[in-house]
Design a protein around this ligand. Structure first.
Ligand SMILES: C[S@@+](CC[C@H](N)C(=O)[O-])C[C@H]1O[C@@H](n2cnc3c(N)ncnc32)[C@H](O)[C@@H]1O
Length: 284
């Protein structure tokens, strides 16, 4: 485990109770933005809707074997297994999250549909061509070596298999030192070492061998989630500062609140965008 990965684990463990209350985690189990559209206006519905949009993007069917790479507490796995009927493997470096996921899987009676696996999505022990779909929902951003992660996804996909990634990206390359600092401060508190531009990310997929890369812009669909995080962070910051000073909260919790503010500024300044990206491993 790298120091960065240990930080990602600690960050996710430290924010769990806040997410439970402020993100209504118990109602959807998703640690990600909601996808708001003409028919989806409420937070909980929008978080679930993100799964629907991603599944439709790569046309997941009940015959598919899906790897949910960086699965959190298995929110997407549960949605895919229940709504589509596909088999899902949830992979995570975070043992505590997998324990929570396991309890949910039992609660929903999905033990025959979902497996969990402790491990790094960049260096998995899966055999080549094991999956029909590799799914990253706001988890690829945590990767320290995104090229390696994409290459590994390519290896474990069947020919004809699909990859789908929903995440934040940069609209363009960073131009000034201020922009660099803002993006770094945004990433630091959320365990995101770097944020790639649309062009750089597309190149990684193509270089790994993927075909039919499609980058769909969905920034407008996640704005209500971005605002929700921003407003919550605005209220929590002074309290967290005091609690952190008294040693009652970790510095990671304070950093994550600062990230909650910075994600909003990055988007408002048109530096950050939200995209759903898909591609196919060609049948050679
Ligand atoms: C923001 S959470 C998103 C979780 C989930 N995809 C969801 O939408 O609810 C990011 C997740 O990626 C996991 N993760 C980060 N780096 C990972 C790695 N190298 N291998 C496996 N999982 C990883 C984290 O532990 C965390 O569960």
């Amino acid at each position: 485990m790298t120091p960065h990965q240990l930080r990602v684990i600690q960050y996710n463990n430290d924010i769990h109770s806040a997410y439970k209350w402020l993100w209504a985690l118990d109602r959807h189990h998703g640690i990600h933005c909601g996808f708001f559209d003409e028919t989806t206006h409420r937070h909980v519905d929008a978080v679930l809707n993100m799964n629907r949009v991603m599944a439709a993007t790569v046309r997941i069917t009940c015959d598919d074997a899906v790897l949910d790479a960086g699965c959190g507490i298995a929110g997407s796995g549960i949605w895919i297994a229940r709504e589509v009927g596909a088999r899902v493997t949830g992979m995570n470096i975070n043992h505590a999250q997998l324990q929570k996921a396991q309890r949910l899987i039992v609660r929903y009676g999905l033990g025959s549909k979902i497996d969990l696996c402790l491990g790094d999505y960049s260096r998995s022990a899966f055999k080549s061509c094991s999956f029909d779909v590799v799914w990253f929902l706001e988890s690829l951003c945590c990767s320290e070596d995104k090229a390696l992660t994409i290459q590994e996804s390519y290896r474990i996909l069947q020919p004809g298999g699909r990859i789908v990634i929903a995440d934040a990206f940069l609209q363009r390359e960073i131009q000034t030192a201020e922009e660099r600092k803002l993006v770094a401060d945004w990433g630091r508190g959320w365990g995101v070492p770097d944020v790639l531009s649309e062009a750089a990310f597309t190149r990684l997929l193509v270089d790994a061998g993927f075909a039919g890369v499609q980058f769909r812009h969905h920034t407008n669909n996640v704005i209500p989630s971005s605002r929700r995080i921003f407003i919550t962070s605005l209220f929590l910051k002074p309290v967290a500062r005091i609690f952190c000073g008294l040693g009652l909260r970790s510095s990671l919790q304070l950093d994550s609140i600062v990230s909650g503010l910075n994600q909003y500024y990055v988007r408002e300044l048109n530096i950050g965008i939200y995209g759903i990206v898909s591609a196919t491993k060609p049948v050679l």
